[in-house]
Design a protein around this ligand. Sequence first.
Ligand code: SF4
Length: 665
Amino acid sequence: MPVRLILVSMPWALADRPSIQLGSLKAYVTRAFGSAVHAEAAHPYLDVERVLDRSLYRRLAERSWLGEAVYAALLYPERTAACAGLFSKYWPRSEGSPAFEEICRKIKDFHDNMPLWRDLEKAHLVGFSVCFAQLASSLFLARALKERFPGVRTVFGGSLVSGVLGKSLMEAFPWIDFIISGEGEKPLVNLVSRLFSLHGGSETDSMQGSRDSFQTVQRQEGRGVPKPEDEKRPTGPGALGTLRREGVRPWGPGIFFRREDNSVDGGGWSQITNLDGAPLPDYGDFFREAQNGGDARTPIFTIPVESSRGCWWHTAREDRPHKRACRFCNLNVQWRGYRSKAPHRVAQELAALADEHKSLHFVFVDNALNPAAVAETTQAIQRSGKDFHLFGEVRLPLSRHEVRALRLAGFREIQAGIEALSDGLLRRMGKGTRVIHNVAWMRHCEEYGIENRSNLILEFPGSTPQDVHETLDVLRAVRVYRPLKGVRFWLGEGSPMALDPESYGLKGIGNHPHYAVLFPEEIFRRTRFMVKAFRGDRLRQRRLWQPVRDFLRGWHREDAVFRNRTGGEKPRLGYLDGGTFLLIRRRDRHGRVETTYRLSGPSREIYLSCLDAKPLDVLQKEHGRFSSEGLRRFLDDMVAKGLLFRHREWILSLAVEEGVKKFLA
Ligand code: SF4
């Protein structure tokens, strides 16, 4: 009988896509053990979305405290009133809060009788992928599972349970048997191998394929079947009691486990060195579930892919939190180092998944696409000839040419790490970028029709009035582009700032008080959670950043009117090139041309030479026939008219090309 492994992704995963964590783990485990392990991916969030209705589910999935409040009330019914209070605090006031208890009742009724129980009953090991807003829901189902079937083993993994968080959660919740810290593939294979005495875990390193072996490294059945002597050993839940009595086994790196005295030990990490050797994610179970649900909607889903893990900018470690890294970022607690796939492998993966699932809509889940491979990867994707609609995250700077290449490959939405529009703030954040890079990015996105989904961090601790003034000045200049999303600074476990709070004037670091609403007092006190509370200059920051918040609100309103009127087809500030002259047109919020400027001869040349940001001294050299005084006067005039952006001796033309010539090589 094969070992039955069920991998579960609970609400509030986005329901328009499968879980890449489950798809990747299932493929990896299946390749490691073949028919000796029956791995299955389960996505109860699809059913919960049906139970609640799609728009309500999405609202809850988008704000983590909303979703966590619902499952915390199911986990601890005596806390329902407090959770309802937290829920209404985060539900937009203008929309009238939906009945919290009704939502809880519907979800509980569903879980009590869900068809998945039939599979869970037969499972030997159940794994929970615990990422954004999936903590309370995973704890809820894991506890219910243990109550019904105490012999089943549970393992948690994912970004919300990595490192110290994992150890601490395991100490607090006895229904978690193991936690995988960091990347899941190798530790999970190790765990299955050792729990059920299967051969296969030790072979995972040798299973890495070369960059040319994509076809041959896909799912290979039949590997790692039990050796003859293993077949006599009992496997499955019945065997686990024996393991306990035999004492603790070495579980390998990346796994937290319980000792006989119930203390939690282990940890560390173990990750794949060559991502090209990992198999293609297996999304078959998700698509079967989606179809079986009798959903009337056209089953075209967004498909997650990854081209890299970790972040190439982040080299900080716990003992060196000031090493190169964005100080607020804790996305890297799961990873060590940066690994990326070969460009042709990325393109093959997209094409294979598109053909298999008949969808062209993909999201790259990378922290940051590999900048060194942008040209090669985008060309390889283009060669597939498919009309992809891609979303990805990048780190700046990127040139106009690179942004064009991304668009031609199919990137329609991109989130870049803008975060701030003040050089002082960017420096203190450790971004390693400048305001001019951020503005150039916004410009290029506008030009090539890429939806810029970047954030502006508000209330960053220690921000000065000068930082905020500079931010407002820059915002006024870029108001002709798609607006940024303002997000209030939050402190995450494991970020360089949380590891070294004094350097940022932060005191009293502890769990965010909302966890005291979600969990009983004792658990709140002795468990570490992801979002941290801190003291510092919070009130001052809130007041300081209010004008920016107001500006963003107005900008969003104005942009919505403009895009509505123009269908998003025209830029607010665009130019047409007449060969010897340029026509620059500024449109009002209703899409009407309100001003036209004509630049002829050398003025046109200067303007066109600054479509990528350029240092002033380079510009002066390039246009040496102008006196520096004459050039400066011209630039001053263009800046005053809002046609050029100048920042610390860098120059950028703000108008974007309206014609299609920009897409030609
Ligand atoms: S914010 Fe982005 S670029 Fe910065 S360390 Fe995190 S993942 Fe890397």
